[in-house]
Design a protein around this ligand. Structure first.
Ligand code: PLP
Length: 437
């Protein structure tokens, strides 16, 4: 039996089929059948329109099916889809050269994968090769992917399985001021969380590390952005103990934090390796790393290969995303719309007792939801209810945090003032309803 409007399967049918033939642990938000996307909007099989306030989990950077990305991809797919990097193709080097031009100084050499976890695996491998060390510092509340090394670096039990992990990863505090584990307040704390990284290395490792890895703003962890001095202090410690600095820009990259290409640039720190995926391909499976020449040379003797990595279609998509961001001034828009949301979120915090605080930069934003401001008791049930109320009103939003009590707002870069205002109005309505019940 098919849906009469679209000729596709109905949501109920898909649900039954998923139960039978898809891994039961596959993450599901709502049993909705989304069948079409256009820029900042998606449509379900009944034709209902939604503003995608979460960009298909921070993946649609410039807009769903953006013609400036889709058209070059379609042209490429009709000409040559795949031959692997064992042969030459101009798209690989064209994209790598363009990517290098938007990287922080000194980051010039790239390798492409299909996903963020593969990118992080490669970054860890490069760090080990370059430093001849094996130990890593990662952050609590972080998320780096679902492969073994990426899971070992991830700092949230909910995203880790009970496995023998890759040894040698120690987790430090991320600068989560709203719930400071030291019970201190910024700036009188003198950023104790960042300074503690030195003790963690001194007492918890051999005294030498391969790398420190962090998301500039934590995504799945609940949009945790550290105080302004945090990364500079940590960078200095990491360098003194021989490590390299890896910035996981899978969510923060490509202008999402507004005005700058890379999230870490908001903190004035220059990483040694940037890892990326998600918005990089605007929905195409594409990930990668860019590093310094010296780090790249450390692996020259070992042949490296990824079957689909660097294929002509993904490379066409990646290049088109960069050009589309530039042509449409999307970084500037991410900043402007982010500022508009910031102002509106200030009001939501003031007017609603269940909104503890809001965090983030550009179009990478989060609101931490609590039972009330005094107790700060986490309230994931309110987040679930907000998601439902927003969905009914035509807005899709995300959730994150160890306690799943942070609402994540990360729309595509093409949103307008009206869209930003719609997000604010819809959240306001949802919080009002929740507070009355
Ligand atoms: C910051 C970060 N790093 C890495 C990953 C892993 O990316 P992928 O799912 O493409 O392997 C994710 C995925 O959400 C992420 O948010």
């Amino acid at each position: 039996m098919q849906n009469k409007k679209t000729g596709t399967l109905t949501a109920d049918q898909i649900g039954q089929m998923r139960a039978e033939c898809i891994l039961p642990s596959t993450m599901t938000s709502f049993p909705m059948n989304i069948v079409r996307g256009e820029m900042q909007f998606v449509y379900d099989d009944q034709g209902k329109k939604y503003l995608d306030g979460f960009s298909a989990v921070v993946t649609i950077s410039v807009g769903h099916c953006h013609p400036e990305v889709t058209n070059p991809m379609v042209e490429q797919i009709k000409t040559l889809q795949h031959m692997t990097t064992m042969y030459y193709h101009p798209n690989l080097v064209r994209y790598a050269e363009k990517l290098a031009s938007v990287m922080p100084d000194g980051l010039k050499v790239s390798f492409f994968t299909n996903s963020g976890c593969e990118a992080n695996e490669l970054a860890a491998l490069l760090a080990k090769n370059f430093t001849k060390q094996t130990e890593f510092i990662a952050l609590r509340h972080s998320f780096h992917g679902r492969t073994l090394m990426a899971m070992s670096m991830t700092g949230q039990s909910k995203w880790r399985h009970s496995l023998p992990y890759v040894f040698g990863v120690t987790h430090a505090s991320p600068g989560y001021c709203y719930r400071c584990p030291f019970g201190l307040t910024h700036p009188s704390c003198k950023v104790a969380c960042a300074r503690e990284v030195e003790d963690i290395i001194k007492y918890g490792t051999s005294g030498k590390i391969a790398a420190f890895i962090a998301e500039p703003i934590q995504g799945f962890g609940g949009v945790i952005d550290p105080p302004r001095e945090y990364f500079e202090i940590v960078y200095d410690i990491v360098k003194r103990y021989g490590g390299i600095f890896i910035s996981d820009e899978v969510q923060t990259g490509f202008g999402r934090t507004g005005d700058k290409w890379w999230g870490i640039e908001q903190w004035g720190v220059k990483p040694d390796i940037i890892t990326m995926a998600k918005g990089m391909g605007n929905g195409v499976p594409l990930g990668g790393i860019t590093c310094t020449r010296e780090i790249a040379e450390s692996m020259r003797e070992k042949v490296h290969f990824n079957t689909y990595g660097g294929n002509p279609v993904s490379m066409a998509a990646g290049l088109a995303v960069l050009e589309t961001i530039e042509r449409n001034h999307y970084m500037r828009n991410a900043k402007a719309m982010g500022d508009r949301l910031h102002e509106g979120f200030d009001k939501l915090v003031r007017n609603h007792k269940i909104v503890g605080e809001h965090r983030g930069k550009g179009l990478m934003r989060g609101l931490e939801i609590v039972k009330d401001k005094q107790s700060k008791e986490v309230a994931p049930q309110y987040v679930q209810r907000t998601m439902e109320l927003c969905k009914d009103r035509g807005l899709l939003i995300g959730r994150g945090g160890m306690a799943a009590n942070t609402i994540r707002i990360k729309p595509p870069f093409c949103i307008t003032k009206d869209d930003a205002d719609f997000i604010l109005k819809t959240l306001d309505e949802a919080f009002t309803i929740i507070e009355k019940t």
